[in-house]
Each structure stands twice: as C-alpha cells, then as structure tokens.
Write a protein that binds this ligand. Structure first.
Ligand code: SF4
Ligand code: SF4
Length: 351
C-alpha cells in the first residue's frame, strides 16, 4: 500500500488552481501525532511505500529526514513544487525512488498560474538530475493556456516522465473563457502527441508520457485500480492529525474518511460509479478521479466534455495498438518498457 504523508499543510506558493496552504479548518498545519505512532502504523504493512506530500513537503525536510531514518519501506516518493529541492540531503535523495515536480510546461504558462518560479524550479531540476538515479516526473496541470503538445514536449527535454491532469472541477467553470473550445484544441494536441509518441517508438524509443503508457498497459492486460491513481484502493493519505483519507486533496469531505493511524483503515467503495455505469470505457478509465466522480461540481455538459477528452485519448491509443503490438512482436520495443507504473507512485494515469 502507498501512504501519502502530509508532512505539512503549509505551502510556499499560491497557485491559481489550488490556493496555497491547506486551511486549518481541514487539518492542522503541522503534524500533531507522534512519529512512533506513525511508525507502528506503517510497520503493520509489509508492502508499505511512502510519498511525502503537502502543502509543500520540503518545508519540513527535518521531518522527512526523520521518517526516512525511522522506516524501511518499499518505495519513497516525493511530490514537490521544486522550489526547495536544493534542501534535500544526499542521504534522503539516495533513498528516493521517485520525485514528482509540479511544473506546467513552458515558462509563460507555468508562471501565469504558479507565479514567477519557472527559472528557479528548472534550475533545481537540472541540478538534481545530475545526482538523482530514480524516476523524475513532471506533473502538469493542463488548463486554458496549455498547448498540450508544446508543453509536454517541452518538459520531456528536462524530465524522464510527464503526466498531467485537466484542470476541471477544482476551479469554478468561469475560470475558463471557453472550456469547450479549449477541450477541442486539447484533443487535437493529444492526437498529435500520440502520433509523435508512436513515431518515436518505431525507432525503439519509448518516451515517458505517463497517460499513454498507462492506457497502453491496460490494453496489454495490466490491471489498474479504480480510480487509476489508486486512491482508496492501494493508496491512502495520512493527514497531519493522523486521520487516513482516500484522496489527498479533499481531506475534509465525509465520503473521503478512511480511519486513522491508531485504529487502521476502513475499507469501503469510495468511487461513485453511477456516472460511469453505462460507459464502455470504464475498464480503461477507471472513473478518472474520486473527487470528479463524487462531487460533480460542474454542469453536465462540461463534465461530459472532460469524459470526451478521456475517451479521445483512449481511442487514439487504441487506434495505434496494432502498430504497437507489431513493434513488440518485431522486438523493436520491449513490452516491459510499456508497463507503467511499475509501482504506485502517485501518478494519475487518466488526465
Ligand atoms: S470517461 Fe467518464 S463516464 Fe466514462 S468511465 Fe471515465 S469518468 Fe466514467
Ligand atoms: S486523481 Fe482524483 S482521486 Fe486521485 S489523487 Fe488526484 S484528485 Fe485524488
């Protein structure tokens, strides 16, 4: 099981689609349980992995250090906005298997939504690349200024993998001047990106575009959880007050509560599959996201536009499957390079 540990609710940024630090009404800004209690909770799971999460987890490198020293788990993962990457000690860096950095693409797009941080984040990323041996993943928010082809291609110059999530439902519908128009352009960009990806594969190179790898893995028989990020299935989050929730981003919501580190995890169906009950893409899409399926905060028409974008991506990959299978048969591509993720690493697979 993957445990996302919110090591602080504080954040040193205030991005448009997130709003910065987690409110104290949702959880205390700092951890209120003892690390001994955390360690005994984790020791009960021989398959445990940990992802450091926030707020901005690197505001508490002291705590990360202690948790790494006090645990022996399968994988250590870090999600960060990248501004404080230089604070990571070499000993922690050596233990990390995956680092995910939030960056939205080219400087102009990133800095519109995240503030003037692109240069510093990329400087940190380029410097960490020289010594980090694990997987380095860019996590983008795809939103109105995003040109998905341009921004993903750009980030692939700096990161081994890129994944993204469409900025839907988290913000008011009015955030977009023309959501449906943007989605149409996004779909065109996906078509272009899939074409580029398969052309690269024909030369034996599997480019690390996470949603494409995730969907191809499904077509090749890999079973992803529902939702595909694993929240509430094989991934849970520990809040700063020791509660356990399924999804990290809505720790206050009733349906998301899943116990605590003292009494353990309560298993239940977190996903509301009503919305997906007639959808023939459910096996691949897995309901996309708990919050999306549960809260349905946007109009039906715009929720459908998000699903149409998902379906478009799945169909584009499906169209390429005969070619991809031929490349595997001919030995141009090793099937294991298409199976992603190798371990639960907080990537969301379906954008
Ligand atoms: S595309 Fe939409 S309706 Fe279909 S499974 Fe995914 S979230 Fe559910
Ligand atoms: S995809 Fe949805 S359910 Fe999964 S972690 Fe992200 S917000 Fe939570």
């Amino acid at each position: 099981m993957l445990y996302l540990i919110i090591v602080t609710g504080r954040c040193n940024l205030n991005c448009t689609y997130c709003g910065g630090s987690i409110s104290n009404d949702i959880m205390p800004s700092e951890i209120t349980y003892s690390l001994e209690d955390l360690f005994s909770f984790l020791e009960r799971d021989s398959e445990a992995s940990i992802a450091f999460y926030g707020g901005e987890p690197l505001l508490r490198t002291d705590l990360i250090e202690k948790i790494v020293q006090g645990t022996e788990v399968r994988h250590y993962i870090l999600q960060t906005n990248g501004l404080l990457l230089h604070r990571l000690s070499d000993s922690v860096l050596k233990k990390l298997n995956t680092i995910l950095v939030s960056v939205d693409g080219i400087k102009e797009v990133n800095d519109t939504y995240r503030g003037d941080v692109y240069d510093k984040v990329m400087e940190n990323v380029n410097s960490i690349r020289r010594k980090f041996r694990g997987e380095l993943i860019a996590r983008m928010v795809a939103t109105e200024k995003t040109d998905i082809f341009r921004d993903v291609s750009h980030l692939l110059n700096h990161f081994e993998y890129v994944h993204w999530q469409i900025n839907a439902v988290w913000v008011e519908e009015s955030f977009y001047r023309n959501f449906n128009g943007w989605i149409e352009k996004y779909k065109e960009g996906i078509t272009r990106l899939v074409k580029f990806w398969v052309e690269k594969m024909e030369t034996g190179v599997v480019v690390g575009i996470v949603p494409f790898l995730g969907v191809v893995s499904s077509f090749l028989g890999k079973k992803h959880p529902h939702p595909p990020c694993g929240s509430g299935d094989d991934s849970f989050t520990i809040t700063t007050d020791g509660r356990v929730v399924a999804c990290p981003v809505c720790a206050d919501l009733e349906w998301n509560q899943a116990g605590d580190i003292w009494k353990g995890i309560i298993r239940k169906d977190f996903l509301d599959i009503q919305m997906c009950s007639h959808c023939r893409y459910f096996n691949i899409c897995g309901g996309r996201c708990l919050f999306f399926s549960r809260e349905r905060l946007w109009s039906r028409e715009k929720m459908q536009a998000v699903c149409d974008a998902t379906i478009h991506l799945i169909e584009e990959i499906k169209r390429q499957m005969p070619k991809i299978e031929r490349l595997i048969e001919r030995g141009v591509v090793e099937p294991c390079t298409l199976h992603y993720p190798e371990y639960r690493n907080t990537t969301e697979i379906i954008p």
